[in-house]
Design a binder for this molecule. Structure first.
Ligand code: FBP
Length: 341
């Protein structure tokens, strides 16, 4: 009888659940349902070039941005996959203005799911890696009571699990439930996510920086100095760093988690609160990177300590190898203390 050498995501979730004596299995089933949705979206993304699913729907979303067909497909697929399992009391998505109630005919659960159905949408038509990002909380409204926006406006430190799926050269499901970060690669031969990276640890200091340098003119003076510092030569501190920017946050952060480095989407004079959304982009990625030994801040405080006020609010983000994030914070603080220097 051949030895089973591989660990499926389903088995890993069940084994992780055993580390929580009070666990009821609801979170495990929720994560499992998410992995099913991921497989369907992965199939659609892989054949997007063939099927009439590329390009725009012609509509604009809550942010006034043009919506892509694949965005809508992914959003609908996630809502349909998650609304009837009995684990959720409410959902929220980047693609929907308001919170998404669970249809009355289905059982109401104790968890809250927030997600960005397809991150990196500017890359969809160019066959560049894109992803789905998710964040899970326990509800704060009492059982049996109506679910409200309050359930979706919790600080990141309240997350019970978070993760992302990358649709790239392979499809990878990455998650944390608060005890480390694990990645599973989809084996298309038999459609199972198999453990490929266990307990990922991001290097304390990296050699890669990821930022849209096209916005350089509008940046904080301290940030400009920091980027110049990374571009100077100094072997002792592994400088100059390499610039790498895919334009899909999930893909840029995933690479930096494996190789070490820093991803930044700062506030600037045009976007005073940055571009990326706190609740379903920055908080889940911050939970994952912190669980991998990294750091994630808005330049001053932990992303996960920012108190959310609005569902679609944006936040500046500096995330990745701890020493690199501390360094950029130092450059910005110094330039605020000594603006003339
Ligand atoms: P979407 O969720 O709408 O795709 O936007 C987020 C995002 O695409 C991130 O994945 C990426 O890091 C960033 O926007 C790219 O923005 P820019 O093109 O301004 O550099």
């Amino acid at each position: 009888m051949p030895q089973i050498k591989f660990m499926t995501l389903a088995r890993h979730i069940v084994e992780e659940e055993r580390k929580y004596p009070k666990a009821t299995g609801e979170l495990s089933n929720l994560l499992h349902d998410l992995s099913l949705a991921a497989k369907v979206i992965s199939l659609e993304v892989n054949k997007a070039g063939l099927a009439d699913i590329l390009g725009f729907t012609g509509d604009n979303n809550v942010h006034g941005e043009q919506v892509k067909k694949l965005d809508i497909f992914a959003n609908d697929m996630l809502v349909k996959a998650m609304d009837h399992g009995g684990h959720l009391c409410v959902m929220a998505s980047e693609e929907e203005e308001d919170i998404i109630p669970i249809p009355e005919q289905f059982k109401i659960g104790k968890y809250v799911l927030l997600f960005d159905p397809l991150d990196g949408s500017s890359n969809i038509d160019a066959n560049v890696s894109i992803g789905t990002i998710f964040s899970i909380y326990r509800r704060v409204t009492p059982d049996g009571h109506p679910r409200t926006m309050a359930d979706c406006l919790q600080p990141g430190v309240n997350q019970v699990a978070a993760g992302y799926i990358i649709y790239g050269s392979s499809t990878i499901f990455v998650y944390t439930a608060g005890k480390g970060v694990h990645a599973f690669t989809l084996d298309p031969a038999f459609g199972e996510f198999l453990l490929s990276h266990t307990n990922i640890q991001i290097p304390k200091k990296g050699k890669i920086y990821s930022i849209n340098e096209g916005n350089y003119l509008y940046w904080h003076p301290g940030l400009k100095k920091y980027i110049k510092y990374l571009q100077e030569e100094d072997k002792k501190t592994k400088r100059p760093y390499s610039g790498r920017y895919i334009g899909s946050m999930v893909a840029d952060i995933h690479r930096n988690m494996l190789y070490g480095g820093i991803f930044m989407y700062p506030a600037d004079s045009r976007h005073p609160t940055g571009k990326l959304r706190l609740q379903y982009e920055c908080n889940p990625m911050a939970f994952i990177v912190e669980q991998a030994g990294g750091r994630a801040t808005n330049g001053k405080i932990r992303i996960m300590e920012v108190q959310p006020e609005k569902l679609h609010q944006r936040v500046p983000i500096f995330i990745g190898s701890e020493e690199d994030v501390l360094m950029v914070e130092k450059f910005m603080a110094e330039s605020e203390e000594h603006p003339d220097k």
